[in-house]
Design a protein around this ligand. Structure first.
Ligand SMILES: Nc1ncnc2c1ncn2[C@@H]1O[C@H](COP(=O)(O)OP(=O)(O)OP(=O)(O)O)[C@@H](O)[C@H]1O
Ligand SMILES: [Mg+2]
Length: 335
């Protein structure tokens, strides 16, 4: 029986006004004050329509063994790993680099239109796990992935699957902005061209403009579309890379520490953008910033030494984590 059969729907997980408050509280943790407390006004109440849109998540099977800070004792992920509205399902995922195992028996769903954050100490396997979602690990020599990963029920590791097409459907934005050494226009137009998404130059122009608009970059670059993408600032380059990913109409966008090379203003712009993009796309983001995870994500997954320890609504992870290891991490005891 699959884990989803054994669980009941639980509360929805999407970001709420309360979460924004908890993110603000995290930011102000060093100097808490009464002003940070949530005010119960009519405006702060959640509209019903918005609540209906939230991805539904379900509880994972409860741990039978007692929780322990020794990761060797960890057998089953605690929290709400599964969804009855899954875009991607991952079952029994193990990843190896040669003889060395980097990911141990991970089971999780990513819900449609959710933003899921992946956090954990350096080397715990966040990037390795993220890369399994669009088979980027295929390009890493000696890397082997076991288990089943499906998108809308389709096996992404089926031998006949077109991997180039998959990487358009599941786009990726990396830590360091990596525009092609081409013009701003060509950076965005390249994908639609090779995937045959535009019949005419007018169509292509439209895709480029729309993608740059969605990436909140259009106004800043519309007068210089034919200048090199590498001439933009770091934050602009990262938005260009997001525009490039969007241009091929992906279903899922993977982001591996997309703001770690950016200043706070550029970071804030990308975070705003993530919120907007989640209306249309499903997003998995790896981040070292707990504040960022709290600000942008609906659910948070905590990894430790290759194991998925806990998945829960983000607000819960940062205010009432279910596992001792998660608590130890968010309170700064390691990582
Ligand atoms: N190409 C590789 N060859 C061999 N081992 C690797 C390779 N890439 C990663 N690893 C190992 O796999 C484990 C997980 O690495 P990974 O890069 O996924 O961690 P991470 O959580 O993303 O870390 P960070 O936060 O530092 O980016 C680590 O022990 C790492 O040394
Ligand atoms: Mg990494």
């Amino acid at each position: 029986m699959s884990p989803t059969d054994t669980t009941k729907p639980a509360k929805v997980a999407k970001k709420s006004p309360a979460l924004k408050t908890s993110a603000a509280a995290l930011n102000k943790a060093a100097a808490p004050n009464k002003a940070a407390a949530p005010k119960k006004t009519a405006a702060s109440k959640k509209p019903k329509a918005a609540a209906a849109k939230k991805p539904r998540v379900m509880a994972a099977p409860k741990m039978s063994s007692s929780q322990s800070l020794d990761v060797d004792d960890h057998k089953v992920t605690v929290g709400k790993s599964f969804s009855d509205n899954a875009k991607m399902t991952m079952r029994n995922i193990n990843v190896f680099y040669g003889d060395k195992q980097a990911i141990y028996d991970v089971n999780i769903d990513i819900a449609k239109n959710e933003v899921i954050a992946m956090i954990g100490p350096s080397g715990c396997g966040k990037s390795t796990f993220l890369r399994t979602l669009n088979r980027m690990n295929d390009t890493v020599e000696g890397c082997r992935v076991e288990g089943e990963i499906c998108m809308d029920g389709e096996d992404l590791y089926a031998p006949k699957l077109d991997v180039v097409e998959l990487r358009a459907r599941v786009g990726m934005v990396f830590q360091k902005p990596n525009p092609f050494p081409k013009s701003i226009y060509e950076n965005v137009a390249y994908g639609p061209k090779i995937h045959g998404l535009a019949d005419t130059r007018v169509d292509l122009d439209e895709i480029v403009e729309n993608s740059l608009r969605k990436a909140s970059l259009w106004e800043e670059v519309k007068e210089r579309l034919h200048q090199p993408g590498t001439g933009l600032s770091g934050g602009q380059q990262q938005r260009l890379c997001i525009a490039r990913a969007i241009a091929v109409s992906p279903e899922v966008i993977l982001m591996d520490e997309p703001c770690s090379a950016l200043d706070p203003i550029a970071t804030a712009k990308i975070e705003e953008l993530i919120e907007e993009l989640s209306q249309n796309f499903t997003i998995a983001i790896v981040t070292h910033s707990m504040q960022q995870a709290a600000r942008v994500s609906h659910r948070t997954a905590y990894f430790h030494l290759g194991k998925l320890i806990e998945v829960n609504p983000t607000e819960q992870v940062f205010t009432m984590p279910e596992h001792q290891l998660t608590e130890a991490y968010i309170t700064g005891r390691f990582g």
